[in-house]
Design a protein around this ligand. Structure first.
Ligand code: ADP
Ligand code: ZN
Ligand code: ZN
Length: 720
């Protein structure tokens, strides 16, 4: 038999598949088998993408695989991985890398995760009798048999409690007093899920209607639109139940596990061990075991972040995307896939329901998906009033007087508040008051951010230098600190509200996965303010928060990105959803300069439909998605001329292949990062397939023709 194997090399210049001769002795090899194969003088991991009876090459010249690994990939995922490689202008190997069992190093010498096998020991009847009777037993032997009186134990446990070693066990086994067998032990990441509990919730009329549409069967693409607290998660749970009842599986994608532990826990409580969790922060062993539980069908529901879209769930009948507007569904390294599009493809292939839930739908989803509405909160509470605070006209410091008063009221009442400011650090620029000199990163074209510890840091490359005492240009010692970050606001609030406790949550305070810590301390506290970047707007429920504040709400609108309005609307709405969920009600303050921006106006009225109608009009007029498809090609080099000329050449290659109704913009310069000069081409097209193909072929030609010397290229289809 001939196996067509795609070697998992990351380089763009090699692309398979290549033929290998599979000997009879190798056992079961099929599509999706993961093999170690000789490749040139190396050994590499590869995936079987097809089988054949014979090869075009003479059999004698074909090499044989070195070994087949235990776990293989389901054939439909092999197809999906290859599709991702093509659709996102990456390579088949990189696409297939996404669907592999976890813990497979791609080099042959990489350490590989295997099932954890242990020795289980059980006493035979003679063994139990021997402890009672006066049979000749050594001290250790007797201790082992006593320990086994209550039931089988692992050899490891016996070693710890009865001091046994392998020799003792071997002797006992030889005398027929014990039996041993190898058992596979599952590695748990969290405490194992216990029992399946139904919460005994009766669905509301809106929830029942939504569920009816979901359960109608067949492939459908649905948008479940409802504010936070409207009962969306309850609908996901019941929809998953329906899939299971029909003998099918379910995949549930969540933005980020660390920020959404509650969703995960609800699935575990409802479905017990039928739920598997897959994400990259789990230890490799536990992740591998979970993957195999899903692969074998033991677990029928898989919950995880974007990569879980590749979970080997058998016959999925439902794919849920919770918070479908969350930007974490896009992978920001090659292959730059969008899990929402991959989910859509997978749902189509499997005849499954795609269910996208959110309070703030993307314009694309609003336009393309069938809508299900959950118009009100389950608890019947109104959404909190939103007040837009105008920061024009020289407000001193980051907090407006109205905002300070609102915080003071919360502090006086002993309540809780949340403040969002989407910048970390102390202040965002330093400038010399005498000559205007600005402190920038030596390797990136961005300003350095002052941190509380006295360092100036670059948030793009990690460069750090001490805070200056004087200006290097004019020696003046008057240096202005402009723009407040989380640390500055934390300090201001500490002073204003002392002794109220301030909890800060940003990627500095949450380094090493400590988000959950900060969040649960805030949750347990009876009063306090949670200050942080957009992490504070996601996931968690804090029923006793009565005030939510967002600073510089229109900050994103000053950036040239067509998604700025959408993001601003989502951020304000999410934050508003965090407040006033308990008895005491709540209010929201939005500080901004551009108070009339559509995203801010509509968010202040909780009017998603109005916002989306306006935004879709704007997108239509400018031919932005969903009315076109965007592909970004970025080229970078330490040498500016090379970046420039490679970009020019790429433009020509792509233009040669394009039809008439497509726009190709650039090359435009992007700011320098880590000493690399960057150029960008942007393709805007109504013909997705043609556009993707043109870019893919152009990249392939540039790579094989060695046109990209010292230049890195990256392609982003559907950039965020
Ligand atoms: P969302 O996902 O839209 O934020 P949830 O499903 O988390 O909403 O529901 C919000 C709260 O209301 C949760 O505590 C949930 O258990 C509860 N809930 C949801 N649906 C019902 C229902 N039909 N009856 C009673 N409580 C419900
Ligand atoms: Zn100066
Ligand atoms: Zn830098």
């Amino acid at each position: 038999m001939i196996a067509k194997v795609e070697p998992l090399l990351t380089t763009r210049s090699v692309s398979g598949p290549f033929d290998y001769r599979v000997p009879e002795s190798m056992g079961q090899v099929g599509i999706g088998s993961v093999l170690v194969v000789p490749f040139g003088r190396r050994r590499v991991v590869g995936v079987v993408v097809d089988l054949a009876d014979r090869s075009d090459l003479p059999e004698a010249r074909l090499a044989e695989p070195v070994e087949a690994l235990e776990a293989g990939v389901p054939p439909e995922l092999v197809e999906l991985g290859r599709w991702v490689g093509e659709e996102y202008c990456s390579t088949p190997a990189r696409g297939l890398g996404l669907v592999l069992p976890p813990g497979i190093g791609t080099g042959a010498d990489a350490r590989r995760v295997r099932p954890l096998v242990e020795l289980e020991v059980e006493a035979t009847e003679e063994g139990i009798a021997a402890t009672a009777g006066g049979g000749r037993l050594g001290l250790r032997q007797r201790a082992v048999l006593r320990a086994l009186a209550a039931g089988p134990k692992l050899a490891r446990q016996l070693a710890a409690t009865a001091g046994s070693d392998r020799a003792t066990l071997r002797r006992l086994e030889a005398r027929g007093l014990i039996t041993t067998r190898e058992v596979e032990r599952r590695r748990h990441h969290r405490s194992p899920a216990v029992g399946a509990v139904r919460d005994g919730i009766e669905l509301t009329g809106d929830q029942r209607r939504a569920l009816g549409a979901i359960a109608a069967g067949g492939h459908r693409e649905l948008l479940l639109h409802g504010v936070t607290g409207s009962g969306k998660t309850e609908v996901y749970l019941e929809a998953a139940r329906t899939a299971l009842d029909r003998g099918r599986g379910a995949i549930v994608l969540v933005p980020e596990i660390a920020l959404t532990p509650q969703t995960m826990d609800r699935f575990r409580r409802r479905f017990g061990d039928s739920v598997a969790l897959l994400h990259s922060r789990m230890p490799a062993g536990a992740r591998y075991d979970e993957w195999r539980r899903v692969r074998s069908g033991e677990a029928r529901i898989c919950v995880g972040p974007r990569s879980a879209v590749f979970a080997p769930v058998r016959d999925p009948g439902l794919i849920v995307i919770d918070e479908e507007n969350d930007s974490s569904y896009k992978q920001e390294s090659d292959p730059r896939y969008d899990a929402r599009e991959v989910a859509r493809r997978r749902a189509t292939e499997a005849g499954a329901v795609l269910l996208c839930g959110t309070a703030t739908p993307r314009p694309e989803s609003w336009h393309q998906l069938e809508r299900l509405e959950l118009p009100s909160r389950v608890d019947g509470r109104r959404l909190p009033p939103v007040e837009v605070v105008d920061m024009r006209g020289g407000v001193p410091g980051p907090l407006h007087q109205r905002t300070r008063e609102a915080f003071a009221e919360v502090a006086a009442a002993g309540g809780k508040a949340i403040l969002l400011i989407n910048r970390r650090g102390w202040s965002t620029h330093l400038t010399c008051r005498s000559c205007g000199h600005a402190w920038e990163c030596p390797d990136c074209d961005v300003s350095l951010i002052l941190h509380r510890d006295g360092a100036l840091r670059c948030h793009h490359c990690g460069h750090a230098e001490p805070k200056p005492e004087s200006c290097p240009e004019c020696s003046s010692v008057t240096i202005a600190r402009v723009g407040a970050g989380t640390q500055k606001v934390e300090a201001e609030l500490s002073e204003l509200l002392a002794p109220l406790e301030i909890f800060r949550l940003d990627s500095d305070s949450a380094a090493g996965g400590r988000h959950a810590d900060v969040l649960s301390r805030f949750e347990r506290a009876s009063t306090g303010v949670l200050v942080g970047t957009q992490m504070v707007a996601k996931g968690h429920d804090f029923p006793d928060v009565t005030l939510s504040v967002i600073l510089d709400a229109d900050g994103a609108l000053r950036l040239p990105n067509f998604r700025s309005e959408e993001r601003t609307f989502a951020l304000i709405t999410q934050l508003a959803g965090r407040s006033g969920r308990g008895e005491a009600g709540g209010r929201v303050l939005v500080q901004a300069l551009a108070t009339g921006a559509p995203s801010i106006r509509h968010a202040a009225r909780h009017d998603a439909a109005g916002f989306l109608a306006d935004e879709l009009d704007r997108r239509r007029a400018l031919r932005y998605p969903p009315f076109s498809h965007l592909i970004e090609v970025a080229l970078s080099s330490e040498n500016e001329e090379r970046a420039e000329s490679a970009a020019g050449r790429m433009r020509e290659l792509i233009a040669e292949r394009l039809g008439a109704d497509q726009d190709l913009l650039g090359p435009a310069p992007l700011f320098r990062v880590r000493g690399r000069h960057r150029r960008r081409l942007l393709l805007k097209s109504e013909q997705r397939r043609e556009a993707v193909e043109a870019v893919r072929e152009s990249v392939a030609e540039a790579v094989s023709g060695r046109l990209l010397r010292d230049v890195a290229i990256s392609v982003d289809v559907d950039p965020q």
